[in-house]
Design a protein around this ligand. Structure first.
Ligand code: PEP
Ligand code: MG
Length: 862
């Protein structure tokens, strides 16, 4: 039925009515489906996005015509209906049409308590949402005649007008205020943050009220058939009976039934038919809407009505189980189950999380650098972290910023927080690799190590030993312990990941430096190791001393003898990696950081080192000074070190080749990939390649065993990207290191960006932190140029990205479009990347199947 009133059209929801989610909203479409399934819905009328937009702009709907759909003196509700339930909308308003005379009539038909409750609820909602009065003045109260009088008086006093009595005017004002609320800036920003387009529309539904009062069983409630947190099948809900009080609805030992309220018989005992029908409706909704739904119902004088059905709200783990169960039961295809899960939500399953339903006392904020949450005692140094771990006490390590010296402390800590730093600073990269929650760039706290106190902007003074909870998912620091949700790597998660692997058409490797990382990479289904940062292997206590000796060796022969001691250690490392990754590629990056990173900065550390090496403190100090640089990240590191002190790369290449021979003895032949970091010129590659080739030849001859290997280049300087055509002549693969490439393209220190990044993003200088989300325009342009020039000069060259961006959906989309072979990210991000890649592949498949006619992702087509 279409009626026109000042050109504002409305459509009654019937099985045949022309209702569409992209014109009337998802709720309107859902209600039409419920009607088609023969669920007992009260009469409902839908207003389209266009109608609501025009109401917001001032066009008046013909409310008399609208009201007349519902018969004489109706009571109605108005509910919002946006295209996607998750985008939210203004609050629903019930009992429109209540006024003094209706109240008097209801007092005689339904009793005063029921009449007071209905009228009071409407006045409160109208005052707060329509007249925009202070909510504190209209706090929900027990529905007495006095409370009603007080609410009416408060309304009149605040607005200088009595509470409107004309139902038409009430409806008009409700429609107008809801339409305007949707157009407001705050509402727009909120929904845009949830992924809604700027111009997203709002539909509205006007529905006849079913009061849930009257003789016989009367009341209202909600019921759902799965648990929102776990996703397991069980009945959950609540029901408020007019005569019996509140029934809790739950399941016991898997059986579906409604629990008995201590104050009376359970609804199931009182009205078994109604409860059986609710269950049936639940099944019908699930099968037909192909989704777990929460049903909003009312019972009026023994008659059951369904008012609404909404997607069950769900945690990340709940969402995974629900999708997998629906697919397992053949209700939705697996592809659709995959597309229903937000890739970011998967990372929540891999780590402990702060329970979102519990209270939080936030004392500081920073950049959420590594997801998950941990509670522990504060420690302000790595030695204290190790001591705490030795006592079996979880601790949160606080540093101004971390350096390689802190690695052991980070290993020992349950969480890491730093005052400085950004998404690719040392603490962030290492913590993500370890899977440890981490918050960096917490500029609203000051660590005063001398006085042993951490001071927050809010004036909290925390000392070592105080307990905090670090939430690396939200970037918050919370006071004290909080309720946690444990990781959920259950069967549903494993099933989903298996399906993602099948659908995925780009490789996903892991950045893994140690055997523990490699094991994690395998566990999460990585296609290999895309980046092994070998320097991390030198930070083990026994190796650091040898490394120091190497740095302090003045003559080449002294250096050679120290490196000979490091050789078996590295060989064992690589052999272990090859064994764990059996059959999968392992890409080992040669030594990258500046040597001074291995030297102590503090006077104490220098003294300890002098003692360990048996040298005068002054000699150690001189060496530290000699190695220090103004811009170490742009100084003597990467291939520059490899060319100036070639013995280090020689030792590493030999260790790789010898480990290759040993690991190949037990299993498939290993073909190691060796990667040269920080290249900017072809000649660098030529020099290193010549030495590595001759070392390979030497090892082959010494051992009498043949083996293959692949030599590649890490493209992480802008010049390497621009000159990829020359460089690739000596490289079987190019792997883009987007951390350094972003740093150098922007001229922005990855370790210091945290200080101002928040303010830059807030002011719109950068749309996002470029160390977090790949800058597709600038850095991306270099990636495209590098890939094109590399591929042109060497067709078939393997292309990949191994910076921290590798795990993000946006970068994966970029890499797929640019024809890259794989992305590589920290092991804990492999499942996230895998799911994102699978969704992109499935989305493209759907697009191709439809001849490119439909841009809508699979998830929205249900
Ligand atoms: C990079 O620069 O992107 C990279 C992966 O190397 P690192 O973070 O070790 O400098
Ligand atoms: Mg780098």
């Amino acid at each position: 039925m279409q009626k026109g009133a000042e050109n504002i059209e409305f459509t009654e929801i019937t099985p045949q009515a022309d209702i569409a989610a992209d014109r009337h909203g998802a709720r309107a479409k859902c209600l039409q489906r419920l009607v088609r399934m023969d669920l007992p819905l009260p009469r409902t009328v839908a207003l389209s996005f266009d109608a609501v937009r025009r109401i917001a702009q001032g066009t008046l709907p013909d409310v008399a015509a609208l009201m007349s759909v519902f018969g004489a003196a109706p009571l109605v509700s108005v509910r919002p209906s946006s295209e996607n339930q998750d985008w939210g909308g203004p609050a629903s308003i019930l009992n429109i049409g209540m006024n003094d005379s209706r109240h008097a009539a209801l007092c005689s038909t339904h009793g005063e308590t029921a009449a007071n409750a209905l009228y009071l609820r409407f006045i409160q909602a109208y005052a707060v949402h329509v007249a925009r009065l202070d909510p504190d003045m209209f706090e929900p109260e027990a529905p007495s005649r006095d409370a009603l009088r007080a609410a009416l008086d408060a309304y009149a006093e605040e607005t200088d007008d009595p509470f409107p009595q004309d139902p038409g005017r009430q409806l008009l004002e409700v429609l107008r205020s809801m339409a305007r609320a949707w157009e407001g800036t705050t509402a727009r920003l909120l929904r845009q943050a949830k992924g809604a387009p700027a111009e997203a529309g709002l539909g509205m539904l006007v529905q006849a009220m079913v009061l849930g009062v009257g003789p016989g069983e009367s009341g209202s409630g909600v019921i759902q058939f799965v648990d929102s947190v776990t996703g397991q099948r069980r009945i959950v809900g609540r029901y408020l009976s007019q005569s019996q009080g509140r029934d809790a609805i739950s399941a016991r030992e898997g059986a579906l039934f409604l629990t008995r309220d201590p104050r009376g018989a359970a609804l199931e005992d009182r009205c078994p038919d109604l409860v059986a029908r609710l269950r049936r409706y639940g099944d019908t909704c699930r099968l037909n809407l192909r989704e777990e739904m929460r049903i909003d119902f009312t019972i009026e004088a023994g008659r059951l009505w369904v008012l609404d059905a909404l997607r069950v709200p769900r945690s990340a783990r709940g969402a995974v189980r629900m999708a997998v169960m629906l697919a397992d039961e053949g209700i939705i295809p697996r592809e659709e189950a995959l597309c229903r899960i937000e890739p970011r939500a998967v990372s929540e399953l891999l780590h402990s999380q702060v329970d979102p339903t519990g209270p939080r006392h936030v004392i500081a904020h920073g950049i959420a650098a590594s997801p998950g949450a941990a509670t522990g005692r504060l420690v302000f140094g790595s030695a204290a972290a190790q001591a705490s771990a030795a006592r079996g006490e979880p601790c949160i390590l606080v540093r101004r910023e971390t350096t390689p010296e802190d690695i052991r402390g980070m290993h020992a800590a349950a969480g890491v927080m730093t005052e400085r730093g950004g998404m690719t600073s040392h603490a962030a990269v290492i913590a993500r690799g370890l899977g440890v929650p981490c918050v960096v760039g917490i500029s609203d706290m000051r660590l005063n190590r001398r006085d042993g106190v951490l001071i927050t902007a809010g004036g909290h003074k925390l000392h070592e030993g105080d307990i905090v909870t670090l939430d690396g998912t939200s970037g918050q620091v919370l006071l004290g312990p909080v309720k946690m949700l444990e990781p959920a790597l259950d069967d549903a998660f494993q099933a989903l990941m298996g399906w993602a692997e099948e659908a995925c058409d780009i490789g996903v490797r892991a950045n893994a430096d140690t055997p523990a990382d490699a094991q994690m990479a395998r566990r999460f289904g990585a296609d290999g190791i895309g980046l092994c940062r070998t320097e991390h292997m030198f930070f083990e206590a026994d190796r650091l001393t040898v490394m120091h000796e190497m740095i302090f060796a003045d003559r080449a022969q002294d250096r050679a003898s120290v490196l000979a001691r490091l050789l078996p250690m590295q060989r064992a490392d690589f052999k272990r990696l090859f064994e764990i990754m059996q059959g999968l590629p392992v890409c080992i990056r040669l030594f990258d950081p500046p040597l001074h990173e291995f030297l102590p900065q503090s006077r104490e550390g220098v003294r300890d080192l002098a003692e360990a090496l048996g040298m005068p403190v002054s000699d150690v100090q001189r060496r530290v000074q000699a190695l220090s640089e103004f811009n170490p990240m742009l100084g003597m590191r990467g291939v520059r070190l490899g060319i100036t002190i070639p013995e280090i790369y020689d030792m590493q290449a030999r260790a790789i080749f010898e480990a290759t021979i040993e690991a190949s003895r037990q299993g498939d032949p290993v073909v190691p990939e060796i990667m040269i970091p920080l290249v900017s010129a072809m000649r660098e590659v030529e020099l290193v390649k010549t030495r590595i080739d001759s070392l390979a030849a030497a090892v082959r001859t010494e051992r009498g065993v043949d083996f293959d290997y692949r030599l590649g280049v890490m493209v992480e300087t802008p010049r390497a990207a621009l000159r990829a055509g020359d460089i690739v002549q000596h490289a079987a693969f190019l792997s883009f290191g987007t951390n350094d490439l972003t740093q150098m393209t922007y001229g922005l220190s990855r370790d210091d960006a945290g200080r101002f990044m928040g303010s830059y993003v807030k002011q719109g200088v950068f749309a996002e932190d470029p160390f977090h989300i790949l800058d597709a325009e600038g850095v991306g342009e270099l990636l495209r140029i590098g890939a094109e020039r590399g591929r042109e000069a060497r067709p078939g060259v393997t292309l990949s990205i191994c910076g921290e961006h590798g795990g993000n959906a946006e970068s994966i989309a970029f890499c797929r479009a640019a024809g890259f072979d794989y992305v590589s990210c920290s092991p804990f991000r492999v499942p996230v990347a895998r799911l994102a890649a699978a969704q992109l592949a499935l989305g493209e498949q759907v697009h191709a199947d439809r001849g490119g006619a439909d841009e809508q992702p699979l998830a929205l087509r249900s």
